[in-house]
Design a protein around this ligand. Structure first.
Ligand code: MN
Length: 441
């Protein structure tokens, strides 16, 4: 049993003991924040309704006895990359140290009001930033239900291509347009075909969609030419975030053959601000996804007896601008679970690096849209409305086939089971704003 996930642990930060908080002491997710806009960025850990300031902890020598000099230097920096690069033993050492400082029995901060006030900041006054510089970002397509649904719309005779059950299909995405939760999403312009056989036109995209996804943060990387074996994946993977892969379906339909998505996916991808460490997810890890008798056996490099999924419930809510103005609750449009995926995070990492493709600390790869069997578990509007044929109705009475300007998409996630403390992921949200005019330099 890992002491840091013991459900009986309590923190002297009272709000961390609330039954419904996303951030009990068993979670301890990492992020990067500023108190005021002019401040330097700092690494922080969410605890209840507070953020624990790692820079301040290091300055006060509160980690000197428990963490290495390299770990302390990395935690005092402005981004998580150095910490991520130090590897799994350091992540564990730091997590254990933070857990010890925050637990009820430890007086160091608890009984020192001056230090406590300096090290804790209310979460609702800080500004969150992307927690690391992301060098490279990749998106997979790991849900059988999503791939089959989308495939049957675009290629009715041939929904699932022959490679799909043999390898995790993915594409290289665009790190430059990754944004943190809360950043506005400008409706992109693009080239689309208004109807089959018509001439292409250019303008604001009409079929703007979200994709409910889970993103994985790489810690220790691998050198060019070397690869990460599937059974070693846990030592390279630091943690998990929520992600919205905003997508322009009208652009996608026209551009995707023969080389896959391009402009339909490169205008914005939202990440939640907190990285939940894999260590915090251990109580919620389940066996790797089952295979049916008709499914092909995994090739050896994708096979691992200890492979795992995560029982992670995910929800998508939408609110129109009017709903937010009138204080109307957002409309729940789907509830899914990450455990429905066909390919695991370890298989994706092993496959991605199987050529010797290098990963660096802070690289991100994502699961692809998380969809399950049932209609209400479909993780994007394309599937949820079946390409606009069955619009959904929001709480203000308006219908949606795809997103309108002013719409906010809010993704949340949590893990819960008997005998473990519930942990959450915080929010991954963005509001769609109108297309902008071209920039003249
Ligand atoms: Mn995607």
């Amino acid at each position: 049993m890992n002491i840091t996930t013991d459900p009986n642990l309590r923190s002297w930060v009272d709000s961390a003991n609330d039954a419904h908080t996303d951030f009990p002491i068993q979670n301890l997710p990492f992020g990067v924040f500023t108190r005021r806009s002019a401040d330097a960025r700092r690494i922080g850990v969410a605890i209840g309704d507070q953020v624990l300031d790692c820079h301040e902890l290091v300055s006060r020598g509160l980690l000197a006895d428990t963490c290495s000099t390299a770990a302390c230097a990395a935690l005092a920096s402005e981004r998580l990359n150095d910490f991520l690069g130090l590897g799994a033993d350091t992540w564990h050492e730091v997590r254990a140290a933070l857990c010890a400082i925050l637990r009820d029995e430890t007086p160091a901060l608890k009984d020192d009001p001056e230090a406590r006030d300096a090290c804790l900041v209310p979460r609702d006054v800080v500004t969150m930033h992307l927690p690391m510089d992301v060098g490279d970002y990749t998106d997979f397509y790991a849900s059988l239900h999503h791939a089959t649904n989308v495939g049957s719309m675009f290629r009715p005779d041939n929904p699932l291509l022959p490679n799909w059950k043999h390898l995790p299909v993915g594409y290289h995405g665009r790190a430059s347009s990754l944004v943190v939760s809360g950043a506005p999403i400008t409706r992109p312009t693009g080239q689309t075909v208004p109807a089959d056989g018509a001439d292409p036109v250019f303008g604001p995209v009409r079929l703007l969609d979200y994709e409910l996804e889970v993103a994985f943060v790489v810690g220790a990387g691998n050198e060019l030419g070397s690869r990460i074996a599937i059974e070693d994946s846990r030592r390279h993977l630091f943690g998990v975030m929520l992600m919205n892969d905003w997508s322009a379906r009208d652009v996608q339909k026209w551009e995707y053959q023969p080389l896959g998505p391009f402009n339909s996916k490169n205008f914005a991808t939202t990440l939640s601000p907190w990285i939940v460490p894999l260590e915090a997810l251990e109580p919620f890890m389940i066996d790797g996804p089952p295979r049916s008798d008709e499914d092909p056996a995994n090739l050896d490099y994708l096979n691992w007896a200890d492979d795992f999924g995560v029982d992670l419930t995910l929800t998508v809510e939408i609110s129109s601008a009017r709903m937010r103005e009138t204080g109307t609750k957002p409309t729940l449009v789907s509830t899914g679970n990450y455990s429905d995926m066909y390919w695991t995070m370890s298989q994706m990492l092993a496959h991605h690096t199987s050529t010797g493709c290098p990963m660096s600390p802070g690289d991100v790869y994502a699961s692809g849209t998380v969809s399950g069997v049932s209609e209400d578990s479909r993780g994007c509007l394309l599937e949820r409305t079946w390409r606009g044929q069955h619009p959904i109705t929001l709480a203000d009475g308006t219908e949606r086939k795809f997103l309108q300007d002013g719409d906010e998409v809010l993704i949340t996630g949590f893990c819960e089971r008997e005998g473990a403390r519930r942990i959450g992921f915080g929010a991954c949200s963005g509001v769609v704003v109108p297309t902008r005019e071209p920039v003249t330099a």
